[in-house]
Each structure stands twice: as structure tokens, then as C-alpha cells.
Design a protein around this ligand. Structure first.
Ligand SMILES: [Zn+2]
Length: 511
């Protein structure tokens, strides 16, 4: 197997290469059919009905990237309650919410020490700040999974807003536990919200160019503020994870993290446009930010009313900032949640007007007008869909055969698994793989292909390993490959994933 031969990273084309181990010794030359990958796939099939064994296997399996991960949604309620204690915040009673000090008024107790002082209230608070024990219609519970899910953000918001660093630390920690090597975190410095809020009072006249011109003089200062916030947050995360000491160890500090700057779609147009303009400018100014997104419930009345306007704003700003990529929440809707008309065009406009390179969720694709043509276009243009199985079940009640994952795969649209809000959902990336196997019938080769695609469609800069002269079957890259790996963060992450797969599949005993 000569190094430097161009090949696609398909499972079949690599089978032969896998016969050579690190260092080149021949492992199984006389039995070419049993590659480490084939052995691993056969093992997966043998344990797929043993849920606990499958969890063990999938936890250890390398998973590439998590491309749809909200910074505020990643921490668990226990983390927010701990930070609330550190920050001197309060927990309200009888319906627990994290609230500002002072904590000695009626219906407020200090968050600090709550777990020890009042374990019952602490447990209620965890339930209120997440999907744990959520039962529709129960006393004190929201009316639906959708309402419960989104209402948690307001309840823990006071402990999130000034804790970007601790949230980053938890994001890294969770990724490392799951063998996720790369996270694209939807993480806004507060400067982005402030910039939108300052513009909120400005009358909206629909003139994009004039509005942008009026905003531009204020943008350099806001960008500088945003970057300083992220500098401080990253330093705080590194301090909490003790990264100075753990620099060489495989763990949270080695997870590669980049950010998406996002827009709050439930806000009025002046707010949304200003925030979006700053988000694009920030991505252009700071290489830690690799794309823009749009958040808030897609079925919020303002999100629905302004949907097409927002897509045209993206179109306008993308033309001004052609290198800035878009991963847009679109089609996170289900029949009954909104009138049918709202299900017919969101994904299409995100692709055709906003020019999204990736779609978040895409759950209502089958309801889109011209869905087959849209699927064909997404397959042709390699518009990847970020699939969030746990979140879609919890918020929309869509799972199993109702989920469009199989539809996307049949159409040849690239798909990747992601967590969305793993802390709110009380899940993790391994659970997404587990659901893909047990509820969607995916097998080892399918999961491995999605893990690879999670880096191929990541917004990490640089050329892809897939189209390079690198041969990942050889543990030490040749000179040309080493040069590419040094220049391309994407290829470098892909190389690490391939080495991780190689080690995983060659283990004497598979987990
Ligand atoms: Zn999301």
C-alpha cells in the first residue's frame, strides 16, 4: 500500500490498508476478508440487542465532532446550581428558578449549600431546570415537553449568563467522556446580545444596506468586547480543567472547540439584524468563531412571522461576508405544533435563500413543498443535516419511524449525529449513537460514516483529508501529508479520528 495514493475514505476502499498495522507489520495478510473494521462490525451486530454492552461499546467508539451543541444547553442542572452557589444567587420556592440575590426575601433561599440543607428542594430544582422526571400535566410541570424544554433556559439563565468559562469547561468535559474530539459550540459572548438590545429601539424600515451602514461605526468596539469575553472565558475554562498541568493528557483539554455566533430569532427585526451583522463580523475577525446560527424556538410567533425576513437578512450579510458559513436551525417543527403552512418552506428557504451549508434538525422535511427536489438539492450540494434524536423526541415527540433520518439517508443527504442540549435533555453523545442503533436500525458502518462526516462537514478551516494524498492507514504521515496536517485544522482532526478508529478496531478485546 503506497502512501500518497489518493483515495476516498470509504470503508471498503480502506479494508486492504487496514491489514498493515502501525509500523507496517502484516496482521492478517493471509485472510484479507477479516479486517479490523469488519471484525468490529461483526462484533457490533452480535451485541446490538444487549443495550448495556452496546452502551459500553458506543461510549468507547471515537465519534468525531458534535456540530450542534448549545453552550447554555450542555451543562447539567447540578452544574448551574453549583455555579449559582458560587455566585451568591438564590433558588425560588415553591417553583424552583435560579434568581438574583438577596436571598432572604419570601420564596427565596440561597443556592449555596442547598443540596445538603434541603435535598428535596434541590431535587425539585434539578427537575425544574431540565427534562429530568418530566411528566406532562403533573403538578408544577409545563404543559408539553416543548414548553418544559424551552422554559428551563429562563430558569437557569441567571447562573449561565456570566459563566461562559465554566460552561465551556463542562462542554469539554462531556465531550471527552464521550470520545468526541471536536465541538462546534453555539456560544455567544454577551456583547452579541447587548449589541442587538441596543438596536432594538431603532425603527425598522427594511433597508438592509442603510441599517448596516448605521451600525458599522459601533461594530469594532463590540467585536473587541466579544473577543475579550471569550479570552477570559477560555482562560477560566482552562483554569477549571487544570489544562496547564493536563496539557499532554488525553482529556477535556485536548478536545478541539470552535464557536458559532448566533442570532436570537424571537427578537424584533432591528435587534435580529444588528446581532446578525455583528455575528458575521465576529466570525470574520476571530478564527475561534467558524460560523453563524439562529436560535430560539422556531415556532415562537415572532420566529414564524419573521422567518422569511431573517432568511433574507442572512442572504444579504452572506453576500457581504462570503467566507462566513451558516448552520441554521430549520424545520424544528412537527405537525400540530404549528399550522401546516409553517411546515412547508423553512428548510427550503434556509438552503435556497440563506445559503445554509448545514441544517439543524430538519425534522419537518416531509412536509416541505417540493420535498423530493429539496432533498435532491441538499444531496447534490452536500448540505448536511445535524440530527438530534433525543432533543427531537423530548421537544417535538418525533422519534423512531416518524423521524426523517432514514429519509435523508436514502436521499443521499449527509447526516451527522449531535447533542443539541445534552444537559437539558439529560443525555450525551453516546445516547445519540445508541438511539441511532436501536431506534433507527443503523449499523457500525453507518455510525462510523456519520462520525467521519461530522468532521468532513465541520466548519473547521482547511482542506479535507478525504481529498488529500494522506494515507491514514499508515500511522506516521509522509512529508506531504505532514505538511497538510500542519496547515489544515480539519485534516488534522480527521487524521486524529482515523488513528482513534484504528486503535479502537484493533484492540485485542472490543468493549
Ligand atoms: Zn439547537
Amino acid at each position: 500500500m503506497a502512501a500518497g495514493v489518493k483515495r476516498r475514505m470509504g470503508a471498503a476502499t480502506w479494508a486492504g490498508a487496514m491489514l498493515l498495522a502501525a509500523g507496517g507489520q502484516v496482521l492478517a495478510a493471509s485472510k484479507p476478508a477479516v479486517t479490523p473494521e469488519a471484525r468490529t462490525a461483526a462484533y457490533f451486530d452480535s451485541i446490538v440487542h444487549d443495550r448495556a454492552q452496546l452502551r459500553l461499546f458506543l461510549q468507547a467508539m471515537p465519534k468525531g465532532g458534535d456540530l450542534h451543541n448549545h453552550l447554555w444547553g450542555a451543562p447539567y442542572a447540578e452544574d448551574f446550581l453549583a455555579w449559582a452557589g458560587e455566585d451568591g444567587l438564590c433558588v425560588t420556592t415553591p417553583r424552583p428558578t435560579i434568581a438574583a440575590a438577596p436571598c432572604d426575601g419570601p420564596g427565596k433561599v440561597p443556592a449555596k449549600g442547598l443540596a445538603q440543607r434541603d435535598p428535596a428542594l434541590y431535587a425539585q430544582a434539578i427537575d425544574a431546570l431540565s427534562m429530568r422526571n418530566y411528566t406532562p400535566g403533573a403538578e408544577g410541570a409545563e404543559a408539553s415537553g416543548h414548553d418544559q424544554f424551552f422554559s428551563t433556559f429562563d430558569r437557569f439563565g441567571a447562573a449561565a449568563v456570566d459563566n461562559i468559562g465554566p460552561m465551556l469547561a463542562v462542554t469539554r468535559e462531556l465531550a471527552a467522556i464521550d470520545h468526541v474530539g471536536y465541538v462546534e459550540s453555539q456560544a455567544n459572548p454577551n456583547a452579541l446580545h447587548d449589541f442587538g438590545a441596543q438596536a432594538e429601539g431603532t425603527a425598522w424600515n427594511g433597508d438592509f444596506a442603510a441599517t448596516l451602514a448605521a451600525l458599522e461605526p459601533k461594530m469594532p468596539e463590540a467585536i473587541a468586547k466579544a473577543r475579550r469575553e471569550m479570552d477570559a472565558a477560555e482562560a477560566e475554562a482552562a483554569r477549571r480543567l487544570d489544562c496547564a498541568r493536563a496539557a499532554a493528557e488525553d482529556g477535556p483539554c485536548q478536545v478541539e472547540v470552535r464557536y458559532q455566533a448566533f442570532v436570537e430569532r424571537a427578537q424584533p427585526p432591528s435587534f435580529v439584524f444588528a446581532q446578525m451583522a455583528l455575528a458575521f463580523a465576529l466570525v470574520e475577525a476571530d478564527p475561534r468563531f467558524v460560523g453563524v446560527n439562529i436560535v430560539n424556538p422556531e415556532d415562537h410567533p415572532t420566529s414564524l412571522a419573521d422567518y422569511s425576513l431573517h432568511m433574507r437578512m442572512f442572504q444579504f450579510l452572506a453576500a457581504r461576508h462570503p467566507t462566513v458559513r451558516r448552520a441554521l436551525h430549520a424545520g424544528e417543527l412537527a405537525p400540530g405544533l404549528t399550522p401546516p403552512r409553517d411546515l412547508t418552506f423553512h428548510i427550503r428557504e434556509a438552503v435556497e435563500i440563506a445559503g445554509a451549508q448545514r441544517i439543524g434538525h430538519g425534522v419537518d422535511i416531509a412536509h416541505e413543498t417540493g420535498a423530493s427536489a429539496l432533498l435532491a438539492r441538499m444531496a447534490r450540494d452536500r448540505v448536511a443535516v445535524e440530527i438530534n434524536l433525543t432533543s427531537n423526541d423530548g421537544i417535538l415527540g418525533v422519534k423512531g419511524a416518524d423521524h426523517p433520518l432514514a429519509l435523508y439517508r436514502r436521499a443521499g443527504v449527509p447526516v451527522v449525529l449531535s447533542t443539541d442540549d445534552e444537559g437539558v435533555s439529560r443525555g450525551d453523545m453516546t445516547q445519540e449513537y445508541l438511539r441511532a442503533a436501536t431506534e433507527q436500525g443503523l449499523r457500525y458502518a453507518d455510525l462510523k460514516a456519520m462520525a467521519r462526516d461530522s468532521l468532513e462537514y465541520a466548519f473547521l478551516p482547511g482542506a479535507s483529508l478525504r481529498t488529500s494524498a494522506c494515507d491514514p492507514a499508515i500511522a506516521t504521515p509522509n512529508a506531504a501529508c505532514a505538511k497538510l496536517l500542519a496547515a489544515s485544522p480539519k485534516a488534522s482532526a480527521q487524521w486524529r479520528l482515523e488513528q482513534a478508529f484504528s486503535a479502537f478496531e484493533r484492540a485485542p478485546r472490543l468493549p
